[in-house]
Design a protein around this ligand. Structure first.
Ligand code: NAD
Length: 455
């Protein structure tokens, strides 16, 4: 099929490259010419495992990028909208989606053949059938369902393993305003014939995405709340608690003579310094706002956001236990990306932690193996280190924020430097016994331990 994708970010580019690899002819559209030029020279504008190889294989053959939206729409049968949907004042900002829908509508005006417009961006229920339909109809002078197709196809990929997620999806949600829209959309995924498909209307498709992200966020905040209780009581390790919870039949499958299989969902039941990224915080916020607009209280989701907002303070509290006065204390933040294996720093917990440390007067150094944002306002006054040893030299406090694999050897690097700083483990990946002074989320050793650390 001939496909165009408007918005060539993490979702648009990965979707475009994967669909091209599956044999479609794909034009990726973006207003950012730098991205377009990079893609056309087969270079990845984002850090994503496997993406450079996919671009090398497909650019110039089935994949191209352009700033010319009208030409891309005219030359394709179906257009996906994959632009950003940030939160603004606690509500979803649909500006980019509306703008894209209107531009696609203008391009459809003179098009003779049937075209299908599909929203892939995460949008609040009612958007595709509401503002997207209105914008596209107004700009095209055509009627959705009669003259063109309209669908909603949420994306579930996770940054850091986005290619694998897209190529072997756990589900494909096909939302459409009518059967024809659904059929055209589903034919894009014809080669994914082993994947369960859910055919439904656009609003349900939209809500599936919000419900999925809200569940993951809820599990994270639940784990962090339990972790707080564990460390408040003392001598309870939240990691062991969750290990015990994981063994439940609900989360682990046991088949006789086979290794137990833990549900991947279990990875969201772990204490940490909070969720971030371009999806969970803004999506839960948008759903809460929709509830408020509808007069439907969302106490569970409100609490999920509250717990998450407080998690950076919990990290800093572990530091001030040892350094009540942080003025001039040399503090190293390990990790700026919101999760490992990506360069995405949007809503990363590192930034509220840095804000709190800065207002307390700490002398901050930050290091991330991939995410090196230049001139980022959240990093004003922060020294950006070039390597792990460079980040650790002179540190009095080390705070592990992102679970990058190379940070697991912090103990070895500190030993080489002959340093014994306070280490605050925000992801519980370090071995406490390797440090003289250690604090971890969800673990507090009592001054007079009852029976030592469990396990
Ligand atoms: P992004 O910010 O990385 O990319 C958006 C791109 O759209 C940018 O390159 C921007 O220049 C471009 N753009 C904006 N307006 C445009 C226009 N009118 N014409 C052409 N290009 C335009 O965003 P993203 O992370 O890829 O997210 C896109 C959507 O997918 C969001 O709704 C997000 O919630 C959802 N989503 C993201 C992920 C993820 O892991 N990033 C996963 C699932 C769903």
């Amino acid at each position: 099929m001939n496909i165009s994708i408007v918005g060539t970010g993490y979702v648009g580019l990965v979707s475009g490259a994967c669909l091209a690899d599956r044999g479609h002819k794909v034009a990726c559209v973006d207003i950012d010419k730098r991205k377009v030029d990079l893609i056309n020279s087969a270079q990845a504008p984002i850090h994503e495992l496997g993406l450079p190889e996919l671009l090398k294989r497909n650019v110039g053959a089935r994949l191209s990028a352009t700033t010319d939206l009208a030409a891309a729409v005219t030359g394709s049968d179906i257009t996906f909208i994959a632009v950003g949907t940030p939160a603004i004042d606690g509500h979803i900002d649909l500006r980019f989606v509306e703008q894209a829908a209107a531009e696609i509508g203008r391009a459809m005006r003179d098009k003779k053949s049937y075209h299908t417009l599909v929203v892939k961006s995460t949008v609040i229920p009612g958007t595709t059938d509401g503002v997207v339909r209105q914008s596209a109809e107004k700009a095209s002078g055509k009627v959705a369902g009669r003259d063109f197709g309209l669908g909603m196809n949420p994306e579930f990929l996770t940054e850091g393993r986005a290619i694998e997620d897209f190529m072997t999806p756990d589900r494909i949600v096909i939302g459409g305003i009518d059967r024809r829209s659904q059929d055209v959309l589903q034919s894009v995924y014809a080669s994914f014939d082993k994947t369960p498909v859910i055919r439904t209307n656009c609003r349900t498709a939209e809500m599936i995405k919000y419900a999925s992200n809200s569940l993951l966020a809820t599990m994270i905040s639940f784990s962090n709340e339990i972790a707080r209780l564990c460390s408040a009581v003392g001598d309870i390790d939240a990691l062991d608690v969750m290990r015990g919870v994981h063994q439940s039949l609900y989360l682990t499958s046991y088949v006789e003579n086979k290794e137990p299989v833990k549900a991947a969902l279990s990875s969201f039941l772990e204490a940490g310094c909070g969720f971030g990224g371009s999806c969970l915080p803004k999506d839960v916020t948008a759903l809460v706002a929709q509830g408020a607009d509808l007069g439907i209280p969302t106490p569970v989701l409100n609490a999920v956001l509250d717990v998450n907002r407080n998690q950076p303070e919990e990290m800093v509290r572990l530091v001030t236990k040892h350094f009540p006065d942080l003025r001039g204390v040399k503090t190293t933040i390990l990790g700026l990306a919101f999760k490992p294996d990506t360069d995405d720093i949007r809503e990363s917990p590192a930034f509220p932690i840095i804000r709190l440390l800065r207002s307390a007067g700490a002398d901050i150094t930050a290091y991330d193996p991939i995410a090196r944002p230049e001139n980022h306002e959240g990093l004003a006054g922060v020294r950006l280190a070039q390597s792990l040893p460079d980040a650790l030299k002179q540190a009095q406090v080390v705070m592990l924020v992102t679970r990058w694999q190379q940070f697991e050897d912090v103990a070895g690097e500190l030993a080489k430097l002959g340093l014994n700083p306070l280490v605050v483990d925000g992801r519980r990946v370090l071995d406490e016994s390797a440090f003289k002074c250690y604090e971890g989320i969800g673990w507090r050793r009592l001054a007079t331990p009852h029976a030592g650390r469990p396990s």
